[in-house]
Each structure stands twice: as C-alpha cells, then as structure tokens.
Design a protein around this ligand. Structure first.
Ligand code: GUN
Length: 300
C-alpha cells in the first residue's frame, strides 16, 4: 500500500480562512476584536522564528496582536508583572509565553499566573481540568491540530485503537483525552513501554510524539493505519553541504508510508496546524470571555 499524504499545510490554510470569517463576524456582530499577546524572553533563534510567525498569522486573520520581546536577563518578577497586566487588559483574550524560558525563571510560576480564561496554550491546571472533563475552553494546540487532521482523514474515530507514543503534558496526555472523547480505545506508550513495536502494530491510529528521530519503524505500522507524526527533529545532512541539516519526524516516513493508509509528512503535516489552532483558541477564549458560544468548528 502507498499511503495518502495528509497535507497539514493546506488544511491549516483552510482553517485560517474559517478563523478569519469568525473574526469578521465577532467584529461586525459583537464589536469584539480577538487579541493575542505573545511574550518571549531571551534570544533563542528557534523560539524567535515561532513567535514572529504567530504574531504575523494573528494579524493575517484580522486579530489584534501584541508581541513582547524581553531581554534574556529580565527578572522573573517583571515577566509575572507583564502577565498580570495582560490578564487585566480587555483588548487581550489570549496570552502565550513562549517556552522554554531562561533558567532563572520558573515556567510553572509563569503558567500559574496566566488567567485560565486567556490560557490559549491550555497549560494552566484549570484548563487541563476542563479539557479532562469536557467543559468548553481552549484545547492544547498541537493535539487539537492532530484531531482535526484525523477527523478530516477518517470521519468518525469511534471504536478505533489509538496508540500515542509519548506522554508529555504538551502533546501525549491531552491527545489521550481528546481521543477518549472521540470514543477511541487509547493506549499511551512511552520510552519505557515493553514491546513497543507490538503495541504500535495493534494501532488503527498512531500519534508519534516522543521527540526521537525516526524511532517508530515502518514495519511496526499496521497495514492501512493512520499515522500522525508530531516529531520535528533536526539531523545533520552533510550531503546537502557543510553545516546543513534536514528535518525528520519521529516516524521512519518512507517505510511507514508503504504500510499506512494515510500519514502526515514532516515538515508540512502537523507543524502548520499548531499555530492555526492557537488562533482558533484565541477565537474560542474571546467568545467565552464575552459570554458567547465558541464556533463549533474550532473546538473538539
Ligand atoms: N514552545 C514550543 N511549543 C510551544 C507551545 O506550543 N507553546 C508555548 N507557550 N511555548 C512553546
């Protein structure tokens, strides 16, 4: 079998178009312009690219965007004071503090200070609790993006065996909650799982989020399964020239594509969905803060 390639880039483009429509309606019918503030502390080049992309796409869908670039040595108290100011700012409906933060800053303190109403990352304990019991609110961006791609590929997910490889707070755990809500039978595997290959072989859906390049082998994939690869790993690629790198996922793509029914590529699969879902969450929080029902097509 040769798998269908799940085009996350194109899906994310369509999603951003729908978000722009919802933003227009919120403006025209309710006088609300959803606003997203992104905060970055320090000079990590990867994080700077991400944050610039987030701010650019926020403006492109018609939202209000604020970007705070703070020097590496900013005291923790100043970051907390900024978050508190944004919590009180009525023009802001979503607050994202880019992680990792420099070592002298406790990320848990920052997260605990973000108002759960504006927690577009779904990092605060209150948001995680809401997600677990199915109350309306923001949903972790990458898992929400994975779910949208899965639904678009498969329709109903009910009764399917889903194996998530990776148990992070960012992806693995919220992904498990979302797939349970879809009536999947969910297994969360990880680096200590015994006979991981056999566990993956039983999966109708594989979500790979371990952060290890090409760890999931092609011959572990059940014929016809749907594979969602969350991994973004940079490997040296001397064949492309000195100092060059290439990006691979957590799945051995070529071999897995021989087995799977559908598979996300890296890059161009899950990656573009994450920022689009951040924008979707900002529409959700802007709606909820104003007592409106969030658009159904932006939430699980
Ligand atoms: N760093 C890498 N991914 C993320 C993310 O989704 N949210 C935040 N706040 N920081 C990140």
């Amino acid at each position: 079998m040769t798998a269908k390639i799940i085009d996350g880039k194109s899906y994310a483009e369509g999603l951003r178009g729908r978000i722009a429509g919802h933003v227009q309606r919120l403006k025209a019918e309710h006088g609300i312009t959803p606003g997203l503030a992104v905060v970055i502390v320090g000079y990590d080049p990867g994080s700077q690219i991400y944050v610039s992309q987030k701010a650019k796409q926020t403006v492109e869908v018609g939202m209000h965007s604020e970007k705070y670039e703070l020097p590496e040595e900013t005291p923790e108290a100043d970051v907390l004071a900024l978050v508190e100011k944004l919590n009180r700012d009525p023009a802001i409906h979503g607050i994202l503090v880019q992680l990792p933060v420099p070592r002298h800053i406790d990320p848990n303190k920052i997260i605990a200070t973000i108002s759960p109403d504006k927690d577009v990352d779904c990092f605060t304990p209150a948001s995680v609790g809401k997600l677990q019991i199915g109350l309306p609110g923001p949903v972790s961006c990458t898992p929400l993006g994975c779910l949208m791609l899965l639904r678009d590929t498969l329709g109903s997910l009910a009764g399917l065996n889903a194996v998530i490889v990776g148990r992070s707070n960012l992806v693995g755990k919220p992904m498990a909650q979302l797939l349970l809500r879809e009536n999947c039978t969910v297994t969360v595997a990880h680096s200590r799982t015994r006979d991981l290959a056999d566990v993956v072989r039983g999966a109708d859906i594989v979500v790979a989020a371990v952060g290890r390049p090409e760890m999931i082998k092609g011959d572990w994939i059940k014929p016809g399964a749907t594979v969602i690869d969350v991994g973004i790993n940079r490997l040296p690629a001397p064949e492309r020239g000195e100092g060059k790198t290439r990006i691979v996922g957590d799945v051995e793509f070529k071999a897995a594509a021989e087995q799977a029914g559908a598979i996300t590529p890296v890059p161009g699969g899950v990656g573009p969905m994450t920022i689009a879902c951040l924008l979707a969450n900002t529409v959700t929080t802007a709606s909820l803060i104003n007592g409106l029902e969030p658009p159904k097509d932006l939430t699980p």
